[in-house]
Write a protein that binds this ligand. Sequence first.
Ligand code: SF4
Length: 346
Amino acid sequence: MPTDLLSPAASVQPLHFHATPKPAPQDDAGTQRWNVPDVQALFDLPFSELLYRAQTVHREHFDPTEVELATLLSVKTGGCPEDCGYCPQSVHFDTGLTAGKLMGVDAVREAAQRAKQAGATRFCMGAAWRAPKDRDVDAVAELVRTVKEEGLEACATLGMLSDGHAEILRDAGLDYYNHNLDSAPDFYGEVITTRDYQDRLDTLERVRGAGVKVCCGGIVGMGESRRQRAALVAQLANLAPDYPESVPINNLVKVQGTPLADQPDLDPLEFVRTIAVARITMPRARVRLSAGRQQMSEAVQALCFVAGANSIFYGEKLLTTGNPDVEADMGLLKKLGLQPRRGHGG
Ligand code: SF4
């Protein structure tokens, strides 16, 4: 095997016999800006070329054998007034889900301890609110403190934040705030009508303004075109002042009772392409293989790791849908020679 293929600094130049997508231009601050046709040109590359490039970029920034394990706990389930077409927690759809109240400190502490014992380094808490009230934010801040006391990174996803909320969560020790863009701007209205794209961008700006790291990604397989997948990735890669530190890429989980329940499956290789394009356009981000892993074969998950995914949601529940169980995940990582990331950072 040529040694340059083993080097983290391997060039992406040598292997192509076709038009090369242009590198993203830089803005005045020197930050790369991607336009949609250039991102789509990455999607359109021959599969092996795309994976080669993605793996090469991945090795420049990360240990390619390391995968972050994040656990996701629903701390307040169901009863959400939003109408996201993929979500069983919306009050607009009858999915048989029972709504619950915000979990207390003791239950969250126990769950955090279990997650840590199972090897997770990041603990994400999800609450099905459109936008938390002040008292909700104070209560979640208490949960954040609890998670931090257990020695885990803390992440929360609570919906749209008002002025001052991100600061309260930051002061409690929150490391990341998750707020997904979900789709391309021109597809958003097909899936969600109770808020618009700008609402999402406003919350992301508040999170950034408070100095909390951003976890932001999207969902593919909702009926969008490849161009729209490229437009979602371009939006994420171009977020100012920088792309998100964590980028969850979800494959639609079709839940009976939701409007997207009968959506045709996305070709698994198109999902792998989406991971690869996210890796190339956001080289330093943790790209997370998120919802939809349970429906993916081991071979497809392995391709996702080759394409640059280096974080997974781990544990029995992914909010309200299933997730491969801990032992199966550990077995897969072992089979692939991958190791859980230890400690904090990134
Ligand atoms: S995705 Fe979030 S905001 Fe949308 S309905 Fe579900 S819980 Fe509510």
